[in-house]
Write a protein that binds this ligand. Structure first.
Ligand code: GLN
Ligand code: ZN
Length: 762
């Protein structure tokens, strides 16, 4: 039997228990011990499942109350002093770094949050200052969790964030860079290795996903320096075996170094790592275990065993079978718990799915190399799952270059639209959603269950829309939104109205902190059944003279936040969705909606991790898919787009090439560096860099917002600058929202009044 391993297991709970418990804790409804009790149960659940599935290497420390990188910062004592100074309990301090804190103890913003490689998971960016003193925390989380599993009779492999990845992702506020912290970090990790060994640990794993990025010479040196020191110290004090775990791609730039450092195990990704097989074919060290990531840890389809067995036979040519361990390609955090909870899907459909727990079975089945199991799997892949939709196929093949080019040019449209809308300088708007109160969610749930009639549901939503419009008029915002009360999720809402999509009832995947998303599944050819948003937008517009934005999700985001098909290309799927959204755009326009926002919140997310793949594998189809959606609108119709996270410095021209009229994006939580890049690129699209962070309950003051705006107007031409929060307000409370938006409008007005003094030349 081949050995098996897992790098991480879902931790939010099958019923999202962790989310609900943590939120109760934040509201002060339960105490720390109750929250910890829930966490303990969840960990035990995961370990037992894996034990039962016969997994040889089961991880611990893959759990987190918020994020593993944040845990690592706390493990290494790298907590910025402004949080420590609040004088809160350790757990409260931890949550203060994640959420920000506003209360009796003080007022601090949260640490910045970024997307975890090419996933929809987010990590908090550790912050290292010249005063940071790295030191191992006492009675640390890896020790506690290892002991906890041991008390259940399960000896786990503590999973630690590799120091290279930690330093690669951290931000540095002073002159000191990674090199200055290495020795202390190595000492801390060696000490931890000793402590873990004393408890009985035989293996420790260091996850180093940053090795799958482009690694330059300097970074390579940093990586080698860290591990030479770390391995030497750990080896001199312990007999613990060390696994270097990589995922999300291959490690071609550092492979030679990795195999010569003397790790006891090396984890490589055979799913996203295009070159992994050829790397090990060149050489693989003799006495090292290969942890082969063979099962897709990011998608939910069953594995095709025939393909897997083929790869396995290639791998076996490179090393003795006893050195082979098979595992998912990355942590199972990125897939839901189990298809068992999906009672609404037929068994026929479910047979094609493997969530985390089913992937454990797949590992076991593959490891057993049992012929009968293979035959069963062959049958599944022999049947035809998708029938092509001839209408979609015809529409796709009728597309020509013109379908992707909006006319006239941006500059001409900009002038036409300035006249059309006659908005003040620094127009104010929001990103779309308004707070989704308990009532809103309850009504939607009741309607879905059939407890509320269609008419009652429409009436309720219309009331909410009317209230929302009235509120925005009172706040004196310039471009209004309908509030998105009918939407639970910006992807699910559209997916559920398109053919070709399937929905799970419980397929939750962690996105950030306690937040989860439920990605829909692209099952067949995608097309729109009927208008999806027109009635809400038209109703909202009927309540005001100010322009109301139609609100759609773009094709790239819909695709990136779905589980995609694997039998056709991503490009083809994006174009199919693009055509469906195009129909909606044109219907909105035909019904009098003059501004349409097409959110591409997730566009940046699936950018390949290596630069050389950016265009050929992604941008060359993703940007056109967006253009397809709006190319046919009139010049007067203003197209907005929105992107979460402003990390697009290096694809700024491509973003401009989406040819939207206005783009809003997050800017408050990351620094304002993006503005320099915009200026440098002579960015033509009008911009609304978010002026405050909606991920935190803090209310930004007027002066804070004017300060942000003043920075922005130095970099962005005045007539191109919009004023808005950095994302939708769905998760915020009403009271916070009203105060924040009122400050936002006031700040814009102050700037307008001062604008006569501004130097126009930027
Ligand atoms: N229009 C969406 C909203 O406001 C955008 C959300 C997002 O970017 N994630 O909720
Ligand atoms: Zn957003």
């Amino acid at each position: 039997m081949i050995k098996t391993a897992v790098t991480g297991f879902p931790r939010i709970g099958k019923e999202r228990q962790l989310k609900f418990a943590a939120e109760k804790f934040f509201r002060g409804e339960i105490g720390q011990s109750e929250l910890e009790e829930v966490a303990k149960e969840l960990r035990a659940y995961g370990w037992k499942k894996q034990e039962k599935a016969g997994i040889t290497f089961i991880p611990s420390n893959d759990f987190s109350f918020y994020d593993n990188l944040l845990d690592t910062a706390f493990l290494l004592g790298a907590i910025p002093s402004r949080y420590v100074k609040l004088g809160l309990s350790p757990l409260e301090t931890y949550f203060a770094t994640a959420h920000g804190y506003q209360g009796n103890a003080g007022d601090v913003k949260a640490l910045p949050m970024k997307k975890w490689f090419n996933t929809n998971y987010h990590y908090l960016v550790p912050e290292l200052s010249d005063d940071t003193k790295i030191k191992l925390a006492e009675n640390s989380k890896p020790l506690c969790e290892f002991s906890e599993a041991l008390s259940l009779g399960i000896k786990t492999v503590p999973a630690l964030t590799g120091l290279y990845t930690f330093f690669h992702l951290a931000s540095y506020t002073g002159g000191k860079k990674a090199e200055a912290f290495i020795d202390d970090a190595v000492a801390a990790y060696s000490e931890l290795a000793c402590q873990l060994e004393a408890l009985g640990a035989e293996w420790i794993s260091f996850s180093e996903p940053a090795l799958v990025l482009d690694v330059n010479e300097e970074e390579k040196t940093l990586f080698v320096t860290i591990y030479k020191k770390l391995l030497k110290q750990i080896r001199s004090q312990t007999k613990v075996k060390i696994l270097l775990q990589t995922f999300f791609g291959d490690i071609r730039d550092v492979y030679e170094e990795v195999i010569s450092l003397g790790f006891d195990g090396i984890g490589l990704d055979f799913i996203e790592g295009k070159e992994t097989l050829s790397l090990i074919e060149k050489s693989f060290p003799k006495n090292t275990l290969l942890f082969a990531g063979l099962i897709n840890g990011k998608n939910i389809w069953r594995s095709n065993y025939e393909d897997k067995i083929h790869i396995l036979s290639e791998i076996k040519k490179c090393l003795p079978q006893e050195n082979l361990v098979i595992s998912p390609s990355c942590s199972l955090l990125h897939v839901p718990y189990s298809t068992e909870l999906e009672d609404k899907l037929s068994d026929e459909v479910k047979a094609h799915f493997a969530f985390a727990e089913e992937k454990l079975c797949e590992l076991k089945e593959l490891a057993s190399e049992d012929k009968a199991v293979l035959e069963e799997n062959k049958k599944l892949f022999a049947c035809q799952r998708v029938n092509k939709n001839p209408k979609v196929q015809a529409a796709l093949s009728a597309l020509t270059a013109d379908d992707f080019i909006r006319k006239p040019d941006f500059e001409v449209r900009e002038e036409i639209q300035k006249k059309e809308f006659n908005l003040p300088l620094f127009p104010t708007t929001t990103i779309g959603s308004f707070p989704q109160t308990k009532e809103v969610r309850a009504k939607r749930a009741a309607w879905k269950k059939g407890q509320l009639s269609d008419q009652e549901y429409v009436t309720f939503n219309q009331e909410k829309i009317a209230e929302c419009i009235a509120l925005q008029e009172k706040l004196d915002l310039d471009v209004l939104v309908h509030g998105e009360f009918e939407r639970n999720d910006m992807v699910e809402y559209f997916g559920s109205q398109m053919d070709g999509y399937l929905f799970t009832s419980n397929g939750w995947v962690q996105s950030y902190g306690t937040r989860c998303v439920k990605p829909p599944v692209v099952w067949g050819d995608v097309s729109r059944r009927a208008p999806m948003t027109v009635e809400w937008s038209v109703y909202a517009q009927s309540r005001t003279k100010k322009p109301v934005k139609g609100m759609l999700t773009g094709p790239v985001t819909i695709l990136n936040w779905s589980f995609p098909r694997e039998d056709i290309s991503l490009k083809e799927q994006a174009d199919q969705i693009g055509l469906a959204i195009r129909d909606e755009v044109l219907d909105l326009e035909a019904n009098g909606i003059r501004i349409i926002q097409i959110d591409e919140a997730a566009l940046r997310e699936k950018l390949p991790l290596r630069k050389r793949d950016w265009h050929s594998e992604y941008l060359d189809w993703a940007i056109p898919a967006f253009r397809l959606v709006h190319a046919k609108v009139r010049p007067q119709t203003q197209i907005h787009t929105h992107m979460c996270y402003s990390e697009f410095n290096d694809i700024i021209r491509e973003i401009d090439d989406m040819d939207a009229d206005v783009i809003t994006f997050e800017a408050s939580r990351s620094d304002l560096k993006i503005l320099d890049a915009l200026k440098e690129a002579d960015f033509k699209t009008e911009v609304g860099p978010g002026v405050y962070d909606i991920h935190s309950p803090r209310v930004p003051s007027v002066s804070e917002i004017t300060a942000a705006l003043n920075k922005m107007r130095e970099k962005v031409p005045l007539e191109k600058l919009w004023v808005n929060p950095d994302c939708g307000l769905k998760t915020r409370r009403e009271e916070e929202t009203v105060r924040s938006l009122s400050n936002l409008v006031e700040a814009a007005k102050i700037l307008r009044a001062e604008s006569i003094f501004f130097d126009k030349a930027v």
